[in-house]
Design a binder for this molecule. Sequence first.
Ligand code: AKG
Ligand code: FE2
Length: 357
Amino acid sequence: MEAQAPLPLSNDHAIKELAESQAFPSSIPSNYHALRNPDEELRPEDFIDEEIPVIDFSLLIGGTAMERDEVIHHLCMACREWGFFMVVNHEIPKRLTDEMLDAFEKFFNQSAEEKNEYINKNVLNPIRFGTSINNHEDKIRYWRDYLKVVVNPEFHFPAKPFGFRNTLFEYAACTRKMGKELLKAIWESLELKTDDIEVALDIKSCFQSIIGNFYPPCPQPELALGLPPHSDHGLLTILLQNGINGLQVKHNNKWLHIKPLPNSFLVNIGDQMELVSNGRYNSVLHRAEVNGKSTRMSIATIIGPSHEAIVAPPPQLVEHDHHLAFNGMRYKDFLEQQQANPLKGKSILDLLRVRDE
Ligand SMILES: O=C(O)CCC(=O)C(=O)O
Ligand SMILES: [Fe+2]
């Protein structure tokens, strides 16, 4: 099959409408060929099959002191060696996760006119609908539509579909509560005092954003990607998916297909955590593959420090490690830069890395 030339469409044209249109070719346009870089090819020998760490949330908040200590110890290993773990026995009801997936699906099923109301080039705009990543900049396009909504410290919501507001509000509150508990535990795992977390990150007014990703079936999934390898900008990302797998995580230089347990959340460390942990914990590289059969949806909740927090490694860690791994930066500036540039590895964090002379 020959590659189709890039489609002469507006940059804003959603991939959902394209993929569903009768006129859509069986070979995808060349600007959607994301895997032409040999480093990014999906070769079977580059994949491993390993169990990712599992964190029992109920023991963290309701277990004995010994059980909590054990979970914190396990979290320390998970953050240091993986940057990634699965959370089970959390308190978020299945009813709510189903409602969230349903609300986002209804949003994406609206007409192009209804969704396009939320197209916005300003990366700090609180509600943004779009396709690929930075659809006006991307030379290679990704097989993904998205809706990003900032839900804290100010709560925003799209007016439609009906009921989205209440579901989003409840889900945002539950994931924020779980995220803060995990953050406290991770902070303890760094042997830092939990009171200091407020000073360092101002998480009372934490930034929280919820991103719905929509990946329609792709006629040539072996050529395209839903999202390229990247790290997330926040402290933690809490990921929910609609039962269709597709997330891959880089672990010891190999890619790992992630198959979460039913009713669990996938959590990964973001760039701000790598920064504030003085590099002890790594923000993990991950990407999303697409498939030829089913629509995949994921909902990523990013929990970050407050926009105004200047995030830097705390002096206790620098002293203990005898080394400053990163220079500090205001989170809002970090966010702006990361969102405005092509999503490529950990490029913004790398700019802050202190190099030994
Ligand atoms: O869809 C996925 O599994 C990953 C989504 C993701 O990495 C993101 O939204 O940052
Ligand atoms: Fe991500």
